[in-house]
Design a protein. Sequence first.
Length: 234
Amino acid sequence: MLRALIVDDEPLARSNVAALLARDAEITIVGQCGSAEEAITAIASLTPDLVFLDIEMPECDGFELLERIGPAPAFAIVFVTAHHQFALRAFEVGALDYLLKPFDDQRFERVLARAKERLQTSSETRRFIIKNGSALEVVKFTDIDWIEASDYYSTLHAGSKTYMLRRSLADLDALLATHGFSRIHRSAIVNLDRVSALEIREDGEYEVVLHNAKRLRMSRRYRKPILERLGTTQ
């Protein structure tokens, strides 16, 4: 499933794009935003794969939004606008494609097919973009050691740094399972590349030892899947 976010200050325009996306079983619409400010927060928390982004919005347009996020966003961009003069600049900032309003269903389907092909074959490193005060910090999946549940949030542990992300552990488990992460406890997920050992305690329970010597309890429920993914059934 590809996660799509729609950003447009016009409710009708958002609903039109949403209706077209809803026809595709491989797309999940994770959010709709009516302003760039809403979009910045949504991008940080929802980590979309694909963003349909209006260019002309009050207070902050689509180009300014991308400047605030920073270079090399971790999602594909399809600009949506009623003005063709923005086309060249859209591609200069790395847009995957450009939809000129009004567009027909066929044009939208071609753009969506191209976006899906690009995203499904991409080998680029995935990352989270996390809002920290007035800044947005980029945290690559590969930099994360482990993740713990923190009430309605999850805490990412990456080296000496921690980041709060407003997503449930179950949601992150589903997202990261294909990126080398595995759940070891109802409140913890680990990056398997960071696991240096599995140790059996005196009570027969396992502990996961990370490369930085951090020890995490592994529940029996997740023992077999972890052992299999690490290449052993012992």
